[in-house]
Design a protein around this ligand. Structure first.
Ligand SMILES: Cc1cc2nc3c(=O)[nH]c(=O)nc-3n(C[C@H](O)[C@H](O)[C@H](O)COP(=O)(O)OP(=O)(O)OC[C@H]3O[C@@H](n4cnc5c(N)ncnc54)[C@H](O)[C@@H]3O)c2cc1C
Length: 451
């Protein structure tokens, strides 16, 4: 195995790893990035087809996500808003389809006001959670002993409002309310600008996209870094000895003073460490599964739903696709409807045959948009739970009891190994912005040691 020498070895060329590499390089520090995949971008992935592009992974930015917005601007990638015009659709089992406008769907005024009240009550609770150490919240033990499902059961009486809150949680975490600790949900919402912001499009987390795709930004950063980024190099073992670190990947390796691991916790936990990780860190990585999402595109010659006065956005209580957006590029040719299969549906359908998944997905598009949706010119999906180097998305979902018992191990370095990745961010964790921030934070941390 060829073993190179550098100052900082970085595992993973997603936004966290690339940002860390860029920031360290700017400070004159030598880095090597080892990436398992044959591409950069990690959980962002832009697919180029004949004459158009689409994002199979992370895509949106929103107000306040300043670090990714700034990085995109520095890389010369233009932003554009999510398609804003037309009425949205809501599908409710037993009631069928109705059109709506605004930020929150509802069948009637009472359900609307109760849904808004529930989200506001939840957002009020987040105020008690310190984002740099959620395990220190005054009610941390009580809240980490509960799931989001417990909170819904205890606080929302109306079945319709409970369904709406469940869909919101599935959409934000790609997980079921019973998968997520209440403390984690409160932390995530507070660090991400509030639940209202996270479920909103205009003015919220789904506001804008990069023209050319999110991965384009990562590719431009990687191009600046040149041969410091090594692809198709899955890291298998990290050893700390004799005042240094040896990182062994398939077919290559690197000796460094410090190693930064940017893979999400559950994947970081699959690397073999010598000496072995301390118990707390090992517990953290074995107790932080990823959410489950399959991102599905039905592609048509034109966005014909716009002519019918529709925005292309759908919220539904019936799966497997419960949330849909018009995800066409600014040119609007072709027209693209994009839906998410999330949480329990995502876990289940990640395992079925691709043809069966396509059939179930198209049934959803037809349920909401009629027979015209039945025959797309193309159908493309990103099955994230099946991705060997992500094993799900959008990010890690902490079950009850994890944050209070091992949350401190998220960012705490272990000897010469430091941790980054969106899960380690205290602002917009789970989002690309959080990944960029974590790369900037770890670069400061490491540069201080090397100075
Ligand atoms: C379908 C989907 C939709 C999303 N939507 C949005 C959105 O609209 N807006 C938003 O902000 N975020 C969104 N996200 C989340 C966002 O993409 C992630 O939070 C972000 O990209 C994480 O970046 P990261 O660098 O922390 O981790 P990653 O991107 O996961 O980077 C880690 C890298 O490490 C590599 N790796 C793992 N193990 C090893 C190993 N042993 N050796 C070497 N390399 C390894 C991986 O291949 C990967 O490239 C979405 C994600 C998905 C999948």
């Amino acid at each position: 195995m060829a073993t190179d020498s550098t100052q900082v070895a970085i595992v993973g060329a997603g936004f966290a790893g690339l940002t860390a590499a860029r920031e360290l390089t700017k400070r004159g520090i030598d880095v090597r990035v080892l990436e398992a995949r044959d591409r950069v971008g990690g959980r962002t992935w832009t697919v180029r087809k004949d004459g158009y592009w689409l994002d199979l992974g992370g895509q949106w930015t929103g107000p306040g996500q300043d670090r990714i917005v700034a990085l995109g601007a520095e890389m010369g990638v233009r932003s554009f808003p999510t398609w804003p015009e037309g009425e949205h659709l809501q599908y409710t089992e037993g009631l069928g389809l109705r059109r709506w406008t605004g930020a929150v769907p509802s069948d009637d005024v009472e359900t609307l006001s109760k849904t808004v009240q529930a989200i506001m009550a939840f957002d009020q609770l987040t105020q008690e959670v310190p984002i740099d150490a959620p395990w220190n919240a005054p009610h941390a033990r009580e809240w980490d002993g509960m799931t989001m499902q417990n909170w819904i059961d205890n606080n929302i009486e109306s079945p319709r409002v409970r369904d709406q809150m469940t869909t919101a949680i599935e959409a934000v975490f790609a997980a079921e309310p019973h998968d997520v600790s209440l403390l984690h949900a409160l932390f995530y919402a507070k660090a991400g600008g509030g639940m209202f912001y996270l479920v909103s499009t205009e003015g919220g987390a789904q506001a804008d996209r990069f023209d050319g795709g999110m991965q384009l930004v990562a590719e431009k950063v990687a191009a600046e870094l040149g041969d410091r980024v090594v692809l198709s190099a899955p890291v298998r073992r990290i050893s700390q000895e004799n005042g240094g670190v040896t990182v062994e990947a398939d077919g290559t390796g690197v000796k460094a003073s410090i190693c930064v691991v940017t893979a999400p916790p559950s994947l970081a936990g699959r690397i073999d460490y010598s000496p072995a990780m301390p118990p707390l860190r090992d517990h953290l990585t074995s107790r932080s599964p990823m959410g489950s999402v399959i991102k599905v595109y039905a592609i048509y010659d034109t966005p014909w739903w716009r002519d019918e006065g529709l925005s292309g956005r759908v919220v539904s209580d019936t799966g497997p696709i419960k949330v849909i957006f018009d995800n066409s590029t600014p040119e609007a040719t072709p027209g693209m409807l994009m839906g998410f299969i999330e949480g329990g549906d995502g876990r289940r359908l990640a395992n079925v045959d691709a043809d069966e998944r396509r059939k179930l997905a198209l049934e959803c598009f037809v349920r909401y948009f009629g027979d015209k949706a039945a025959k797309p010119v193309d159908y493309i999906e990103g099955n994230w739970p099946a991705e060997q180097w992500s094993r799900g998305c959008y990010g890690a979902v902490f079950p009850a009891g994890t944050l209070i018992s091992c949350g401190t191990a998220l960012r705490e370095p272990v000897g010469r190994i430091h941790w980054a990745g969106t899960e380690t961010s205290d602002v917009f964790p789970g989002y690309v912005d959080g990944a960029v921030r974590s790369g900037e934070r770890v670069a400061r941390e490491v540069a201080e040691i090397l100075d």
